[in-house]
Write a protein that binds this ligand. Structure first.
Ligand code: G3H
Ligand code: 13P
Ligand code: ZN
Length: 318
């Protein structure tokens, strides 16, 4: 069942976070649904602009619709990740997405507000949720001065004004994380003081944490042992911090890179160990099973595991 993201957030707020997983292909979709059913978790399936154009957006949509039929128990939102205004309107018109992200965080504050407000008006007219972004993700690096690094984080006072003026349903905040496999070069982590300050001014309002992959060291070691060349310093978010963040209002935790690492490890090890093989289904099956296991393990850490039945009761009662 596809539901608006805000219904998932209403159930999760302050207790646990919903895993938002990026997908690009059939094997990821199968593993994702299997892992969420195994762990009995609601989830968000998210499609970036790059994913939509990897083959054809209609292919992804058809595969997700098929997965909905194959796994009728699943409860999830279909979300556009890092959309621009034009792509948001396309997804809103499609009748398929239940949530869009308008990412105008690179614009100045007033322009970000204006763009986001236009998208919110169009989305809400169709019951679709909107995630917006304020602050500069990924700018917090070791070589940036403390003051400068601090300036990249989302300002709580601005966040309150932004939410009031735009009417968005959730807000992606810069709280110290960044996209990709090389986060926290200086050993920093999530800026919990900042999350807490934002929650104080925006109580009960769902926050979103991008760049939340944990980049497991053993995964990186296995990739490199199987011929990979990932650089030293690959480091992610400590997954033990997901739940403390959730208690401060972080309702959506975005994970893409970790799934890519599972894919890379499975395929590198498969062809290293079975060098004579050329049937794509062998590594495909191994990947689906490994990805499902990974998803179930993340849902345990996010606290979303085991909530499927109560979410069903809540959304069906609405
Ligand atoms: O935040 C970006 C996501 O990891 C999606 O990445 O644009 O390469 O699909 P992508
Ligand atoms: P990671 O690169 O940490 O997986 O973050 C993904 C993300 O934020 C997608 O929007
Ligand atoms: Zn992101």
């Amino acid at each position: 069942m596809i539901v608006p993201a805000r219904k998932l957030f209403a159930h999760a707020y302050g207790k646990y976070a919903i895993g938002a997983y990026n997908i690009n292909n059939l094997e990821q979709i199968m593993g994702l649904f299997q892992g969420n059913i195994q762990s009995q978790a609601p989830f968000i399936i998210q499609l970036s602009k790059g994913a939509r154009s990897y083959t054809d957006k209609r292919m992804l949509e058809a595969m997700i619709r098929a997965a909905e039929e194959i796994f009728p128990e699943a409860i999830f939102a279909v979300h556009l990740d890092h959309g621009d205004e034009k792509t948001c309107y396309e997804c809103i018109a499609s009748g398929f997405y239940s949530s869009v992200m308008i990412d105008a965080s690179h614009e100045d504050f007033d322009e970000n507000v204006a763009i986001t407000k236009r998208v919110v008006d169009a989305a809400h007219a169709k019951g679709i949720s909107v995630e917006a972004e304020l602050g500069m993700l990924g700018g917090v690096e070791e070589d940036i001065q403390v003051d400068e690094a601090h300036a990249c984080l989302t300002d709580p006072v601005q966040a309150k004004e932004f939410v009031t003026r735009t009417g968005c349903d959730s807000l992606a905040c810069a709280i110290g994380t960044s996209h990709g496999a090389y986060k926290f070069s200086g050993g920093q982590g999530i800026h919990f003081d900042r999350v807490s300050a934002i929650q104080e001014l925006l109580p009960n309002f769902p926050l979103v944490m991008h760049g939340s992959s944990s980049v497991p060291a053993d995964e990186v070691a296995r990739i490199n042992a199987a011929g990979g060349k990932m650089k030293e310093g690959a480091k992610g978010v400590d997954p033990a911090q997901y739940l403390p963040a959730a208690r401060l209002g972080v309702c959506k935790v975005n994970i893409d890179t970790d799934g890519r690492l599972v894919w890379t490890r499975v395929h590198r090890e498969y062809f290293r160990d079975k060098a004579a093989e050329f049937d794509l289904r062998g590594p495909g099956k191994e990947f689906m099973a490994a990805y499902a296991t990974f998803i179930a393990s993340r849902n345990e850490l996010l606290g979303s595991a085991g909530h499927l039945a109560s979410v069903r009761a809540a959304v069906e009662g609405d």
